[in-house]
Design a protein around this ligand. Structure first.
Ligand SMILES: C[S@@+](CC[C@H](N)C(=O)[O-])C[C@H]1O[C@@H](n2cnc3c(N)ncnc32)[C@H](O)[C@@H]1O
Length: 306
């Protein structure tokens, strides 16, 4: 069964006419309530004219909107893009309460018009923009923060583009996660009048796009006898720090461009991905004393040619 047929069947089973907005809302309800999310798969629209939007307009309540902006530490230097912006409340609040600029992209023209009106009334028309646009064709590169309240399949389809964004870009999703890319933080909020699902609560998930650091890195200068071999799964990093015949296992986490390792017998390290280098910017212990020096990406399978 293809995804479209699957989604229609599930919606119909819930007593809604297939293909109607009500059916679509039922899908959202089914997904939110955890009623066989694996089966109630919404269609992820292809980026082509004439498709039907499959995520209904359901607002993020005020306390959830505020938490989405708080968890991402939104401030005046930020540009917030809300994917599927509904009535524009996230972008308008980001501008009004947190001094950010923002862009809302929304497929429903009436909601875009409403968003512009609300932003003008809030006095933030000059710092906000709302476009009638498919979120899957939106240029995300100017965002410092991306917010979304969509569906799991939408998040998963967006995930490769999000992971390719500038390291440090902050991502917030209301209710839905991104599969095996675990959030850096999740908060749960009470939403007594939640319109969808059995749970009267909402989750707010937060991620920071990690820099890519997997591979072999060769020390220079005072670190000339050291090498670092790293593997990476999203923000989680494991590997080995080696000096001649001695090896120390490394575990650590990326936060944007920064890798902070846990304690090792030779101390902890803080490394910044900086172009083709991993620059030692901090940490504790003997190796961290070489702060300011860098590891560079190996040119071959060992560090003899670095
Ligand atoms: C659940 S609502 C969230 C609204 C708002 N972001 C909020 O949190 O209050 C999702 C919105 O995404 C819009 N949408 C669905 N598919 C879209 C697409 N492909 N491109 C742009 N907007 C889309 C819907 O029209 C709807 O307004």
């Amino acid at each position: 069964m293809n995804k479209r047929a699957d989604s229609i069947t599930t919606a119909s089973l819930l007593g809604h006419p297939a293909g109607s907005l009500t059916a679509v809302a039922a899908l959202f309800v089914a997904a939110v309530s955890g009623l066989g999310v694996g089966h109630a798969r919404a269609q992820v629209p292809a980026a082509q004219p004439g498709y039907v939007e499959e995520v209904p307009f359901i607002v993020s309540p005020d306390n959830v909107t505020l938490e989405m902006l708080r968890i991402a530490s939104v401030g005046p230097k930020d540009h917030v893009i809300d994917l599927g912006s509904g009535d524009g409340r996230i972008v308008t609040t980001a501008a009004k309460r947190f001094g950010a600029t923002g862009l809302g992209v929304e497929i429903d023209p009436a909601l875009v018009e409403k968003s512009r009106k609300i932003a003008a009334e809030a006095g933030v028309a000059n710092r906000t923009e709302f476009r009638i646009q498919d979120l899957f064709t939106t240029d995300l590169s100017k965002a410092t923060v991306i917010t979304m309240y969509l569906l799991p399949e939408f998040n998963m389809r967006l995930r490769p583009a999000i992971l390719a964004l500038k390291p440090g870009t902050r991502i917030v999703s209301h209710d839905w996660d991104m599969g095996d890319w675990k959030p850096d933080q999740t908060t749960v909020l009470s939403v007594p009048d939640k319109q969808v699902g059995r749970e009267k609560s909402s989750k707010v998930h937060f991620w920071t796009v990690p820099a890519q650091v997997a591979g072999l890195w060769c020390g220079a200068g005072p670190l000339g006898s050291y090498s670092l071999r790293l593997t990476q799964k999203y923000q989680e990093v494991t590997g080995t720090l080696q000096r001649r015949e001695r090896q120390w296992p490394i575990t650590g986490r990326m936060q944007g461009p920064t890798l902070a390792t846990d304690e090792t017998p030779v101390g902890s390290l803080v490394l910044e991905r900086d172009g083709q280098a991993l620059r030692l910017s901090g940490g504790k212990g003997t190796v961290a004393l070489a702060k300011g020096t860098s590891f560079t990406a190996a040119k071959g399978s060992d560090c003899s040619k670095a």
